[in-house]
Ligand binder design. Sequence first.
Ligand code: FE
Length: 234
Amino acid sequence: MDARVYHSISYGLYVLGVKGENGAMGGCVVNTLFQITATPPVFAVSVNKENQTCSLIQKEGLFTASALAQDCDPGIIGLFGFHSGRDVDKNQNGDLALSPNGLPYLKNGSCAYLEFAVCGQQDLGTHLLFFARLINGEVLSSSTPLTYAYYQTVLKGKSPKLAPTYRPDATTPAPAKQPAPEAPKAEAAQDSGKKQYVCTICGYVYDGEIPFEELPEDWTCPICGVPKSMFEVK
Ligand code: FE
C-alpha cells in the first residue's frame, strides 16, 4: 500500500486537560479529536492507555480540549506531547488555568477550549476511544488553529510514539497534491548541501540563522527541550 494515503487525512492539534492527583493538573497532546454528532454535541477522542491522562479521564469523567494556535510556543507541544505528567509538572510554565468547573485548560497558545463530560468509551487495544458531550467552552484568541500538516511540514515535528498516527518508518510527509503552507527553510538548506541537524526525540529540524555547531552549549530543542547533544546529522 502507498503510505502516502495516511497523509490525506487532516487533523488539528489539541491539549487535553484533566484533574490530577492532589490538585495537580494533567494533560497531553492529541490529534484525534473530532465531532461525531450535532444534537447532542458529542465528540470522540482517542488516548493511549499508557498516557496518565487516559486513566485520569476514566477516573474523573471530565476533561477539556484546548485547540493549539499556529503561533503557539512549540515548547508547549514538547511539554504536553513528549513528557509524562509522572515526571514533570505540566503547569511548570503557568500555561494552564482552571475552568469554572475546575478543569485545567491551556490559557496561553490556544484558540479556544472546550469542556467535555464522558458519555461512553470503546477499548481499541493500545488506545481508549472516549465519547464525550460538550458542556462548556470559551474562545481565547483569534489565532489560526494549528493543523497537524503545519506541525509536520513547517515546524518539522513528528508523532510521539504513543500517538495513534505514529509510524516508526514515517518520514516528513510531502503530499504531492497538497503543498506545504510555506516553503520550509530546512528543505532549502538541504538543497544547498548544508547539514541538517534533527532532534532524535521529537524530530524537529534545526533551521536557524546561526550554524548549529555555533549554538551555545545550553541551547535546547524548541519543541521538546532536550540539549544539543540529542541532535544528529540527518
Ligand atoms: Fe526535540
